[in-house]
Write a protein that binds this ligand. Structure first.
Ligand SMILES: NC(=O)C1=CN([C@@H]2O[C@H](COP(=O)(O)OP(=O)(O)OC[C@H]3O[C@@H](n4cnc5c(N)ncnc54)[C@H](OP(=O)(O)O)[C@@H]3O)[C@@H](O)[C@H]2O)C=CC1
Ligand SMILES: CC(=O)N[C@@H](CCC(=O)OP(=O)(O)O)C(=O)O
Length: 310
Protein backbone atom coordinates (compact mmCIF):
# COMPACT_ATOMS: atom_id res chain seq x y z
CA UNK A 1 0.00 0.00 0.00
CA UNK A 2 1.26 3.45 -0.92
CA UNK A 3 1.60 5.93 1.93
CA UNK A 4 -1.25 8.46 1.99
CA UNK A 5 -0.15 12.09 1.98
CA UNK A 6 -2.52 14.93 2.84
CA UNK A 7 -1.49 18.55 2.29
CA UNK A 8 -3.65 20.80 4.45
CA UNK A 9 -3.54 24.21 2.72
CA UNK A 10 -2.59 22.74 -0.65
CA UNK A 11 -3.75 25.84 -2.54
CA UNK A 12 -1.39 28.26 -0.78
CA UNK A 13 2.17 29.14 -1.84
CA UNK A 14 3.92 26.33 0.06
CA UNK A 15 1.13 23.80 -0.49
CA UNK A 16 1.13 24.33 -4.26
CA UNK A 17 4.90 23.92 -4.40
CA UNK A 18 4.73 20.67 -2.45
CA UNK A 19 1.97 19.40 -4.75
CA UNK A 20 4.14 20.24 -7.75
CA UNK A 21 7.12 18.42 -6.23
CA UNK A 22 4.96 15.35 -5.56
CA UNK A 23 3.13 15.42 -8.91
CA UNK A 24 5.29 12.74 -10.53
CA UNK A 25 5.62 10.54 -7.43
CA UNK A 26 3.99 7.23 -8.25
CA UNK A 27 5.13 5.86 -4.88
CA UNK A 28 2.68 8.01 -2.92
CA UNK A 29 -1.07 8.45 -2.76
CA UNK A 30 -1.99 12.12 -2.48
CA UNK A 31 -5.36 12.59 -0.81
CA UNK A 32 -7.09 15.96 -1.34
CA UNK A 33 -10.15 17.63 0.16
CA UNK A 34 -12.61 18.83 -2.48
CA UNK A 35 -11.79 22.55 -2.92
CA UNK A 36 -15.14 23.82 -1.67
CA UNK A 37 -14.75 21.89 1.62
CA UNK A 38 -11.08 22.75 2.27
CA UNK A 39 -11.79 24.96 5.27
CA UNK A 40 -14.47 22.76 6.84
CA UNK A 41 -13.25 21.40 10.16
CA UNK A 42 -15.02 18.05 9.71
CA UNK A 43 -13.51 17.52 6.26
CA UNK A 44 -10.02 18.43 7.48
CA UNK A 45 -10.39 16.09 10.46
CA UNK A 46 -11.41 13.24 8.18
CA UNK A 47 -8.43 13.71 5.83
CA UNK A 48 -5.95 14.38 8.64
CA UNK A 49 -6.90 11.13 10.33
CA UNK A 50 -6.80 9.17 7.07
CA UNK A 51 -3.27 10.30 6.21
CA UNK A 52 0.00 8.54 6.98
CA UNK A 53 1.74 11.90 6.69
CA UNK A 54 -0.11 15.21 6.92
CA UNK A 55 1.82 18.24 5.67
CA UNK A 56 0.38 21.45 7.11
CA UNK A 57 0.84 24.53 4.93
CA UNK A 58 -1.38 26.83 6.93
CA UNK A 59 -1.21 29.94 9.10
CA UNK A 60 -0.14 29.14 12.69
CA UNK A 61 -3.63 29.11 14.23
CA UNK A 62 -4.99 26.76 11.56
CA UNK A 63 -1.92 24.50 11.91
CA UNK A 64 -2.54 24.22 15.67
CA UNK A 65 -6.15 23.38 14.97
CA UNK A 66 -5.15 20.68 12.48
CA UNK A 67 -2.85 19.03 15.02
CA UNK A 68 -5.65 19.10 17.60
CA UNK A 69 -7.97 17.36 15.12
CA UNK A 70 -5.71 14.29 14.88
CA UNK A 71 -7.20 11.59 17.07
CA UNK A 72 -5.17 8.57 16.07
CA UNK A 73 -1.65 7.45 16.80
CA UNK A 74 -0.70 6.81 13.20
CA UNK A 75 -0.88 10.15 11.37
CA UNK A 76 2.53 11.75 11.33
CA UNK A 77 2.81 15.49 10.82
CA UNK A 78 5.14 17.90 9.07
CA UNK A 79 4.12 21.45 9.94
CA UNK A 80 5.38 24.30 7.72
CA UNK A 81 4.20 27.06 10.07
CA UNK A 82 5.96 28.77 12.95
CA UNK A 83 3.68 27.16 15.54
CA UNK A 84 5.82 24.23 16.74
CA UNK A 85 9.42 25.00 15.81
CA UNK A 86 10.67 25.25 19.37
CA UNK A 87 7.88 23.16 20.91
CA UNK A 88 8.38 20.16 23.16
CA UNK A 89 7.85 16.84 21.37
CA UNK A 90 8.64 18.20 17.91
CA UNK A 91 11.77 17.55 15.87
CA UNK A 92 13.22 20.49 13.96
CA UNK A 93 13.19 19.54 10.28
CA UNK A 94 16.66 20.68 9.29
CA UNK A 95 18.17 17.32 8.40
CA UNK A 96 21.76 18.54 8.03
CA UNK A 97 21.79 20.39 11.35
CA UNK A 98 23.53 17.52 13.17
CA UNK A 99 24.96 14.16 12.24
CA UNK A 100 21.97 12.34 13.71
CA UNK A 101 19.21 14.84 12.86
CA UNK A 102 18.06 12.95 9.74
CA UNK A 103 17.62 9.82 11.91
CA UNK A 104 15.63 11.78 14.49
CA UNK A 105 13.37 13.15 11.75
CA UNK A 106 13.00 9.65 10.28
CA UNK A 107 11.53 8.29 13.51
CA UNK A 108 9.56 11.39 14.55
CA UNK A 109 5.78 11.64 14.72
CA UNK A 110 5.87 15.44 14.64
CA UNK A 111 8.31 17.45 12.55
CA UNK A 112 8.42 21.25 12.45
CA UNK A 113 9.68 22.41 9.08
CA UNK A 114 12.14 25.29 9.56
CA UNK A 115 11.46 28.88 8.56
CA UNK A 116 13.27 30.09 5.47
CA UNK A 117 15.47 32.75 7.15
CA UNK A 118 16.96 30.66 10.00
CA UNK A 119 18.22 27.77 7.89
CA UNK A 120 21.18 29.61 6.32
CA UNK A 121 22.41 31.17 9.59
CA UNK A 122 21.90 27.90 11.51
CA UNK A 123 23.77 26.03 8.77
CA UNK A 124 26.87 28.14 9.40
CA UNK A 125 26.64 29.25 13.04
CA UNK A 126 25.77 25.93 14.65
CA UNK A 127 28.95 24.11 13.55
CA UNK A 128 31.03 27.07 14.75
CA UNK A 129 29.40 27.21 18.18
CA UNK A 130 29.61 23.42 18.47
CA UNK A 131 33.32 23.52 17.62
CA UNK A 132 33.93 26.22 20.25
CA UNK A 133 35.11 28.76 17.66
CA UNK A 134 32.24 31.11 18.54
CA UNK A 135 30.90 31.38 22.09
CA UNK A 136 27.13 30.92 22.57
CA UNK A 137 26.86 34.57 23.70
CA UNK A 138 28.40 35.90 20.48
CA UNK A 139 26.30 38.92 19.39
CA UNK A 140 24.83 37.63 16.13
CA UNK A 141 23.17 39.75 13.45
CA UNK A 142 21.53 38.26 10.36
CA UNK A 143 20.72 40.22 7.25
CA UNK A 144 20.01 39.23 3.68
CA UNK A 145 17.37 39.30 1.01
CA UNK A 146 14.42 37.07 0.15
CA UNK A 147 12.13 36.87 -2.84
CA UNK A 148 8.61 38.14 -2.19
CA UNK A 149 7.04 34.64 -2.26
CA UNK A 150 8.33 34.35 1.33
CA UNK A 151 5.42 36.56 2.37
CA UNK A 152 2.83 34.09 1.04
CA UNK A 153 -0.12 34.92 -1.14
CA UNK A 154 -0.82 38.49 0.11
CA UNK A 155 2.76 39.64 -0.55
CA UNK A 156 2.89 37.87 -3.91
CA UNK A 157 -0.32 39.59 -5.02
CA UNK A 158 1.01 42.96 -3.85
CA UNK A 159 4.33 42.62 -5.71
CA UNK A 160 2.71 41.27 -8.87
CA UNK A 161 0.20 44.17 -8.89
CA UNK A 162 2.97 46.77 -8.47
CA UNK A 163 5.28 45.15 -11.03
CA UNK A 164 8.36 47.29 -11.70
CA UNK A 165 7.04 49.95 -9.32
CA UNK A 166 7.57 47.63 -6.33
CA UNK A 167 10.60 48.31 -4.15
CA UNK A 168 13.79 46.55 -5.27
CA UNK A 169 15.09 46.28 -1.70
CA UNK A 170 12.76 46.73 1.24
CA UNK A 171 14.20 46.21 4.73
CA UNK A 172 11.64 44.93 7.24
CA UNK A 173 11.53 43.35 10.70
CA UNK A 174 12.19 46.87 11.97
CA UNK A 175 10.56 46.25 15.35
CA UNK A 176 13.26 43.60 15.96
CA UNK A 177 10.62 41.00 16.70
CA UNK A 178 10.96 38.77 13.67
CA UNK A 179 9.12 35.49 14.16
CA UNK A 180 12.22 33.44 13.34
CA UNK A 181 14.32 34.71 16.28
CA UNK A 182 13.31 31.90 18.71
CA UNK A 183 14.19 29.03 16.33
CA UNK A 184 17.38 30.74 15.18
CA UNK A 185 18.52 31.29 18.76
CA UNK A 186 17.62 27.73 19.77
CA UNK A 187 19.15 25.79 16.88
CA UNK A 188 22.20 28.01 16.35
CA UNK A 189 22.88 27.25 20.05
CA UNK A 190 22.96 30.94 21.01
CA UNK A 191 22.35 32.19 24.52
CA UNK A 192 21.08 35.65 23.39
CA UNK A 193 18.49 36.70 20.84
CA UNK A 194 20.16 37.42 17.51
CA UNK A 195 19.17 40.53 15.54
CA UNK A 196 17.19 39.53 12.45
CA UNK A 197 17.28 42.29 9.84
CA UNK A 198 15.72 40.85 6.68
CA UNK A 199 14.88 42.53 3.38
CA UNK A 200 12.58 41.58 0.55
CA UNK A 201 13.39 42.17 -3.13
CA UNK A 202 11.36 42.53 -6.29
CA UNK A 203 11.88 38.94 -7.43
CA UNK A 204 9.63 36.00 -6.70
CA UNK A 205 11.85 33.45 -5.03
CA UNK A 206 15.36 32.70 -3.82
CA UNK A 207 17.35 34.14 -0.95
CA UNK A 208 20.75 34.96 0.55
CA UNK A 209 21.41 35.14 4.27
CA UNK A 210 24.45 36.98 5.62
CA UNK A 211 25.96 36.81 9.11
CA UNK A 212 28.76 39.36 9.60
CA UNK A 213 31.22 38.44 12.37
CA UNK A 214 33.29 41.00 14.30
CA UNK A 215 35.74 38.52 15.84
CA UNK A 216 38.23 40.97 17.40
CA UNK A 217 36.68 40.87 20.87
CA UNK A 218 37.06 37.10 21.33
CA UNK A 219 39.66 35.64 23.71
CA UNK A 220 40.89 33.55 20.83
CA UNK A 221 40.26 34.96 17.37
CA UNK A 222 39.65 32.18 14.82
CA UNK A 223 41.02 32.65 11.31
CA UNK A 224 38.77 32.49 8.28
CA UNK A 225 40.39 29.19 7.32
CA UNK A 226 39.54 27.74 10.74
CA UNK A 227 35.92 28.87 10.46
CA UNK A 228 35.68 27.36 7.00
CA UNK A 229 37.31 24.09 8.09
CA UNK A 230 34.88 23.65 11.00
CA UNK A 231 31.88 24.16 8.72
CA UNK A 232 33.36 21.91 6.00
CA UNK A 233 34.10 19.17 8.58
CA UNK A 234 30.52 19.32 9.82
CA UNK A 235 29.05 18.74 6.35
CA UNK A 236 31.69 16.17 5.37
CA UNK A 237 30.28 13.99 8.18
CA UNK A 238 26.73 14.18 6.79
CA UNK A 239 25.76 11.72 4.12
CA UNK A 240 23.62 12.78 1.20
CA UNK A 241 22.58 16.17 2.62
CA UNK A 242 21.39 19.18 0.66
CA UNK A 243 24.03 21.57 2.01
CA UNK A 244 27.26 22.18 0.10
CA UNK A 245 30.24 24.15 1.40
CA UNK A 246 31.95 26.41 -1.16
CA UNK A 247 35.77 26.35 -1.21
CA UNK A 248 37.39 29.04 0.92
CA UNK A 249 38.26 31.90 -1.44
CA UNK A 250 39.19 35.57 -1.37
CA UNK A 251 37.15 37.16 -4.13
CA UNK A 252 35.51 40.56 -4.28
CA UNK A 253 32.45 39.23 -6.13
CA UNK A 254 31.12 35.81 -7.07
CA UNK A 255 28.43 35.70 -9.78
CA UNK A 256 26.83 32.57 -8.30
CA UNK A 257 26.27 34.35 -4.99
CA UNK A 258 22.91 35.42 -6.34
CA UNK A 259 19.64 34.74 -4.52
CA UNK A 260 18.01 33.02 -7.48
CA UNK A 261 20.67 30.46 -8.50
CA UNK A 262 19.15 27.53 -6.60
CA UNK A 263 15.53 28.26 -7.47
CA UNK A 264 13.51 25.13 -8.02
CA UNK A 265 16.00 22.98 -6.11
CA UNK A 266 16.45 21.77 -2.55
CA UNK A 267 20.08 22.89 -2.46
CA UNK A 268 21.88 25.27 -0.16
CA UNK A 269 25.44 26.48 -0.60
CA UNK A 270 27.31 28.11 2.26
CA UNK A 271 30.34 30.39 2.04
CA UNK A 272 32.91 31.76 4.46
CA UNK A 273 34.70 35.00 3.60
CA UNK A 274 37.20 36.61 5.94
CA UNK A 275 39.83 39.27 6.45
CA UNK A 276 42.12 37.89 9.17
CA UNK A 277 44.05 41.16 9.61
CA UNK A 278 40.81 42.89 10.51
CA UNK A 279 39.48 39.90 12.49
CA UNK A 280 36.28 40.02 10.44
CA UNK A 281 34.34 37.34 8.59
CA UNK A 282 31.10 36.81 6.71
CA UNK A 283 28.98 33.66 6.65
CA UNK A 284 26.72 33.44 3.61
CA UNK A 285 24.10 30.96 2.54
CA UNK A 286 22.30 30.84 -0.81
CA UNK A 287 19.10 28.81 -1.31
CA UNK A 288 15.54 28.89 -2.55
CA UNK A 289 13.16 30.20 0.12
CA UNK A 290 10.47 27.97 -1.36
CA UNK A 291 12.88 25.01 -1.81
CA UNK A 292 15.25 24.20 1.03
CA UNK A 293 13.52 27.11 2.79
CA UNK A 294 10.05 25.51 2.66
CA UNK A 295 8.60 22.90 0.28
CA UNK A 296 11.90 21.21 -0.66
CA UNK A 297 12.71 20.70 3.02
CA UNK A 298 9.17 19.40 3.67
CA UNK A 299 9.52 16.76 0.93
CA UNK A 300 13.02 15.86 2.16
CA UNK A 301 11.58 15.35 5.66
CA UNK A 302 8.62 13.36 4.33
CA UNK A 303 10.98 11.02 2.47
CA UNK A 304 13.07 10.57 5.62
CA UNK A 305 9.94 9.78 7.67
CA UNK A 306 8.75 7.24 5.10
CA UNK A 307 12.20 5.69 4.72
CA UNK A 308 12.29 6.61 1.02
CA UNK A 309 15.75 7.08 -0.48
CA UNK A 310 15.86 9.03 -3.75
N1 LIG B 1 6.07 31.26 1.72
C1 LIG B 1 7.19 30.83 2.31
O1 LIG B 1 8.32 31.06 1.82
C2 LIG B 1 7.14 30.02 3.54
C3 LIG B 1 5.96 29.83 4.27
N2 LIG B 1 5.98 29.05 5.38
C4 LIG B 1 4.83 28.83 6.25
O2 LIG B 1 3.93 27.94 5.61
C5 LIG B 1 2.60 28.27 5.99
C6 LIG B 1 1.84 28.57 4.73
O3 LIG B 1 2.45 29.72 4.15
P1 LIG B 1 2.21 30.15 2.67
O4 LIG B 1 2.05 28.95 1.82
O5 LIG B 1 3.27 31.12 2.32
O6 LIG B 1 0.82 30.93 2.87
P2 LIG B 1 -0.32 31.26 1.83
O7 LIG B 1 -1.01 32.46 2.37
O8 LIG B 1 0.21 31.32 0.45
O9 LIG B 1 -1.27 29.98 1.94
C7 LIG B 1 -1.96 29.59 3.11
C8 LIG B 1 -3.03 28.58 2.74
O10 LIG B 1 -3.74 28.18 3.90
C9 LIG B 1 -5.13 28.20 3.62
N3 LIG B 1 -5.86 28.39 4.87
C10 LIG B 1 -5.88 29.47 5.68
N4 LIG B 1 -6.65 29.24 6.77
C11 LIG B 1 -7.14 27.97 6.63
C12 LIG B 1 -8.00 27.14 7.41
N5 LIG B 1 -8.50 27.57 8.57
N6 LIG B 1 -8.27 25.90 6.95
C13 LIG B 1 -7.76 25.44 5.78
N7 LIG B 1 -6.97 26.20 4.99
C14 LIG B 1 -6.65 27.44 5.41
C15 LIG B 1 -5.27 29.36 2.66
O11 LIG B 1 -6.48 29.29 1.95
P3 LIG B 1 -7.12 30.63 1.32
O12 LIG B 1 -6.07 31.24 0.45
O13 LIG B 1 -8.30 30.13 0.60
O14 LIG B 1 -7.45 31.51 2.49
C16 LIG B 1 -4.06 29.16 1.75
O15 LIG B 1 -4.33 28.21 0.76
C17 LIG B 1 2.65 29.47 6.91
O16 LIG B 1 2.57 29.07 8.24
C18 LIG B 1 4.01 30.07 6.60
O17 LIG B 1 4.48 30.72 7.74
C19 LIG B 1 7.12 28.38 5.72
C20 LIG B 1 8.30 28.54 5.05
C21 LIG B 1 8.39 29.44 3.94
C1 LIG C 1 9.80 37.72 2.61
C2 LIG C 1 9.02 37.34 3.86
O1 LIG C 1 8.14 38.07 4.29
N1 LIG C 1 9.37 36.21 4.47
C3 LIG C 1 8.73 35.77 5.67
C4 LIG C 1 9.25 34.44 6.12
C5 LIG C 1 8.90 33.28 5.27
C6 LIG C 1 9.02 31.97 6.04
O2 LIG C 1 9.99 31.31 6.22
O3 LIG C 1 7.94 31.63 6.60
P1 LIG C 1 7.56 31.00 7.96
O4 LIG C 1 8.44 31.23 9.06
O5 LIG C 1 6.29 31.66 8.14
O6 LIG C 1 7.43 29.59 7.74
C7 LIG C 1 9.00 36.71 6.86
O7 LIG C 1 10.12 37.20 6.95
O8 LIG C 1 8.14 36.77 7.74
Amino acid sequence: MKPKIFIDGEHGTTGLQIRALLAERGDLEIISIPTERRKETAARAEFLNAADVAILCLPDAAAKESVSLIENDTTRVIDASTAFRVAEGWQYGFAEMDKDQAKKIASAKRVANPGCWPQGPIATLRPLVSAGLLPPDFPVTVNGISGYSGGGRPMIEDYVAKGEDASEFLPYGLTLQHKHVPELRTYAKLSHDPIMQPAVGNFAQGMITVVPLQLGGLDRVPTGAELHAAIADHYAAIEGGAVEVAPYTHLERIPEVDPEVYNGTNRMKVYVFANDERAQALLLAVYDNLGKGASGAAVQNMDLMLGIKR
